[in-house]
Design a protein around this ligand. Structure first.
Ligand code: DGJ
Length: 700
């Protein structure tokens, strides 16, 4: 029996292998005591067999093998170069476990087929994230159909799984599916992470909520489309598999790899997983251009002018945005080629002389003169048939000649080195010639077919640009949140979460995305009074506070603002600037709201000394008087001063006397967590903001 353990203060992951077989995860959960004997744990995990079963349960190993009678989905499906199916059978080769950080590499070989599997596991003791990856090496080229990242069993004492789907303007929709014999199978064949298939999964133990209970969580860090299998076998065991979408490799090869799979176990609800992912993204995945620098307030002109770029108008808008508190001006789509609408010019990355006769310089100078930095939009992986590049190189487009277009465009073949060089040269020329500290990197259509080489090509181009322009931040956008994953986030610093600037929709999307994303990378903009994608008219205070929950920005035409709206926006922006530094390092904790109409979160600073609660009411509540809102992760025995920041916004129809209406109240963490804050009655489509900090007896 071989065994390996990865553990930190929170969790233990125990791998064990009989003879020289592939190991199984025999335990993953709450941290075990040191004196537990791994051999006993492995023996103790063996399940019984009875009539109608094989004489022992086939291993649910980290790469389940069909050849060893595994009855479920195997972890590896491949064919020899000539197309003959291969049924491999792996045996132990060697292991390396880093004495410092415990990172583990295990190698197994199949001599008959000339194959090797290399598994790596690393556990970050601060974020508690386990990063696991599988590599396949072959002596002669093989066709890969499916390769799973290390496979783990799912908990038995859990009734459902939560995975994530979505759509344009409706990203991060959580789906709860009951476990049942058979497979929950999600396969994203769009060739990008997609609105439809954020690669995340949460497995709550029975009774778990945002704040309580056991949860196991996964994220597959890849931008090309994934496959997830959650399978309950006939014998009752459950397995979780993640990998690239099947058959994404077009060529036979000798080296294949999954993306990193990020996993975490929590004993304190979904928030335990969410905080781990948030911290891991912020502190381990993203490479910041200016670590620790305040996140600048964005102004993005897209919904103000669309393709209609006129320098005097843009200058006027920039002045107004700066006066509201913006610190970065982003020139969106429409500045290049003959880009007067979305039918043309993608790939012609040269400044349009009709709109900018003296180049971008005068606008950038103006923006700088207002104290803002300058950002620019690109959509490098795309080409319009109506473009100079397409006319010169129609063969550079990906997919068939007569494919269905998406937003009148095709993807450009990023696997071709000449394509990457062309794009690099065009983008680098713009970056070299102008002081541009930010790129909004868009990707507005799905691929004609999934293709891992396309994603690798995109990564290579971004990596090259990052290496040569290390001070330029990149935001990942794909019609809003169509490319959000840890693979792209290891190359970018912000995501455009959604094209919906509807504050009600954003409130929900942000809340659910916080299961994986920290505040610092999550762009959120104050949209127009009447939302362009929903038609809803929402009050400026609600719009501003929802944007202030994340990396704040504006995207409306500032010329539409009334004096009152401008004043509210200035005030909320000033509040955000005063608080952004600690909020940038805070944990976003989703609160268990007793009222489904209230979406609430608590942003908690790392020391626990300070927090802010955002309680957004998206609809009229069913019950007439607001129910208490329980907070979380406070010190039960300490007193906290809590105050309703926006008391002034209360309506006179709130006639009662909840204590917090009168001014700050001082109350214990235990009360706040077990009774909860009684907030005043309010209209739907409003946000209440409560600030809290540990009470200092001397008022210090
Ligand atoms: C889609 C993005 O999501 C929008 O924010 C905007 O940048 C447009 N593309 C521009 O074409």
């Amino acid at each position: 029996m071989r065994h390996w353990i990865l553990q930190d203060a929170r969790q233990s992951l125990v791998l064990a292998a009989r003879q020289d077989r592939l190991p199984q995860v025999v335990y993953w959960g709450a941290r075990l005591p040191d004196h537990d004997d791994p051999a006993t744990l492995a023996a103790g995990a063996v399940r019984d067999v009875t009539g109608g079963m094989l004489d022992e349960n086939p291993d649910l190993s980290i790469c389940p093998e069909a050849e060893r009678s595994f009855p479920g989905q195997p972890g590896l499906i491949l064919r020899a170069g000539d197309g003959t199916p291969i049924l491999p059978r792996f045996a132990f080769l060697d292991e390396v476990q880093d004495p410092e950080d415990g990172a583990l590499t295990l190698r197994f070989g199949d001599v008959a087929h000339g194959l090797r599997l290399v598994f790596t596991f690393a556990l970050d003791p601060d974020t508690h994230i386990i990063t696991a990856q599988t590599r396949l090496q072959a002596q002669s080229p093989v066709h890969l159909h499916w390769l799973a990242a290390p496979v783990v069993p799912a908990p038995d004492l859990g009734d459902e799984m939560i995975d994530v789907s979505g759509r344009w303007c409706g990203e991060f929709q959580l789906n709860r599916t009951r476990w049942a014999p058979g497979i929950r199978y999600r396969e994203n064949r769009t060739g990008r992470t997609g609105h439809e298939h954020f690669p995340g999964l949460l497995l709550p133990g029975r009774g778990a909520t945002n704040t309580m209970g056991e949860v196991w969580a996964f994220h597959y860090g890849w931008s090309g489309g994934h496959r997830m299998i959650a399978e309950e076998l006939a014998d009752g065991r459950r397995q979780i598999q993640w990998g690239h979408a099947a058959r994404m490799e077009q060529e036979a090869g000798t080296e294949f790899s999954t993306a990193p799979l990020y996993m975490v176990y929590s004993e304190d609800g979904l928030n335990g997983c969410a905080v781990s992912f948030q911290r891991h993204v912020r502190d381990r995945i993203v490479t910041w251009t200016k670590p620790g620098a305040p996140r600048p307030v964005h102004y993005n002109c897209w919904e103000a002018v669309y393709f209609d770029h006129k320098i005097p108008v843009l200058k006027d808008i920039a002045e107004r945005a700066a006066a509201l508190g913006a610190e970065r001006f982003v020139l969106d789509d429409g500045w290049f080629g003959q880009r007067d609408d979305d039918t043309r010019a993608l790939s012609d990355w040269k400044v349009d002389p009709r709109k900018y006769p003296e180049g971008l310089g005068p606008l950038i100078d103006h923006v700088h003169g207002l104290g803002m930095s300058f950002g620019l939009w690109f959509e490098p992986e795309m080409i319009n048939p109506d473009s100079d590049l397409y006319r010169a190189h129609p063969d550079w487009a990906l997919g068939s000649h007569d494919q269905i277009l998406g937003r009148q465009q095709k993807a450009i073949n990023m696997a071709l080195p000449q394509v990457r060089d062309f794009l690099y040269d065009r983008i680098a020329a713009i970056l070299r010639d102008h002081p541009i500290d930010y790129i909004k990197w868009d990707h507005n259509r799905v691929l004609p077919a999934p293709d891992a080489a396309q994603t690798r090509g995109s990564y290579a181009l971004i990596d090259r640009l990052r290496a040569d322009f290390p001070d330029t931040e990149i935001e990942s956008c794909a019609s809003g949140g169509g490319r959000i994953d840890f693979g792209i986030l290891s190359r970018t610093q912000r995501v455009w979460l959604s094209d919906s600037n509807d504050a009600l929709e954003r409130l929900r999307i942000q809340h659910d995305a916080a299961l994986f994303l920290p505040m610092v990378v999550t762009g959120s903009h104050v949209g127009p009074r009447r939302c362009h994608t929903s038609g809803r008219t929402i009050d400026i205070a609600m719009r501003a506070w929802v944007a202030a929950q994340r990396h704040m920005g504006f995207e409306m035409d500032p010329r539409e603002l009334t004096d009152h709206e401008a004043t509210v926006l200035r005030e909320v922006t000033a509040w955000w600037k005063a608080n952004r530094d600690w909020m940038a390092r805070a944990d976003i904790l989703r609160l268990d709201s007793a009222d489904p109409a209230v979406t609430a979160e608590q942003q908690m600073c790392r020391t626990g000394a300070q927090f802010v609660v955002f309680a957004g009411t998206s609809a009229t509540s069913s019950q007439i008087a607001p129910r208490p809102l329980r907070l979380t992760r406070l010190d039960p025995d300490r007193l906290y001063d809590v105050r309703l920041l926006n008391r002034g916004s209360l309506h006179h129809l709130s006639r009662g006397t909840p204590a917090i209406k009168d001014g700050p109240m001082t109350v214990s963490g235990r009360w706040l967590m077990h009774h909860g804050l009684v907030l005043p009655w309010r209209f739907p489509e409003t946000m209440l903001v409560v600030e809290g900090r540990i009470h200092q007896p001397d008022g210090a």
